[in-house]
Design a protein around this ligand. Sequence first.
Ligand code: FMN
Length: 308
Amino acid sequence: MDVLAPHEWRHKTIVAGVEWKNPVGTASGTFQLDACGDYYDVAQLGAISTKGVSPVPWEGNPAPRTAESPAGMVNAVGLQNPGVDHYLVDELPRLKALGATVVTNVAGHSDEDYAQVVEKLADSPADMLEINVSCPNVSHGGMSVGTDPVALSRLIKHLRTLTDKPMIVKLSPNVTDIVEIAHAAVDAGADALSLINTLVGMRIDINTGKPIIANRTGGVSGPAIFPIALSFVWRVRQSIPDIPIIGIGGIDSGEKALEYLYAGANAVEVGAAALIDPTAPMRVARELDNLLDSRPELAAKLAKGQTW
Ligand SMILES: Cc1cc2nc3c(=O)[nH]c(=O)nc-3n(C[C@H](O)[C@H](O)[C@H](O)COP(=O)(O)O)c2cc1C
């Protein structure tokens, strides 16, 4: 596949004071610089959300870690990554040297884990932090924090004292009331919200009767979750008019991205679609840029960073 030619972006967005060249970024865990950098100029995207960064290297969960599902996939990678020290000397400088707007996704098993990563990133060139309190594939931290408004509030209040960087809190759909969790994050100091992370799901091998994924359950992503994720964004936007929102879930076209903007998102991130076609985020960005040409009021609102 050839490198895609540069595009003259006409419609930018602003998320928590940070300018994105267009409203489309990559979703955490689905972008790899070494793979995607061959297909397009990563600085051309709205932002790159990196895979989750933890205080020390994590091996992730045992294999098999993925399974197919109708209209998507189930994964239990478990936040495998080389740790924040490696990220600071390797991936982040490379992304910044290429001119990318970088959203560093932060992972932890405990409040202290998150705090260590945020402290180390405080003086780094990362443009924004995305606190992942919503991973269903780790036994401590992740979703266990993101489903408890009291624990979430405590964590975000503490992280707020450690950094001046714009802090996005990434929410889990695996909750009874997303609006309550969203308010907890915003009241504690989140500058923006991203939603959603994956929904808990599983597949079973009918020859053995056993779960396909070694972790048994995993996170469902892809087109199957699109209408669900869209409704989460809409519900949060109805309740919180003035917080920047990044919509995530099942986006594989400019049209779907546009639905998120109409639901109240200021930007979107493309995830599983990029695992099938690495150029998907760039294609979606171009399609959306063209669609926004005939929607000047929406485009103007995005360009000013207006929320609702
Ligand atoms: C293989 C894989 C790894 C992921 N890793 C992370 C991660 O490290 N941190 C995070 O916040 N979300 C992670 N996610 C969730 C995605 O960023 C996204 O929220 C989710 O997949 C829904 O979007 P999609 O339907 O476009 O894939 C991961 C998803 C997949 C499929």
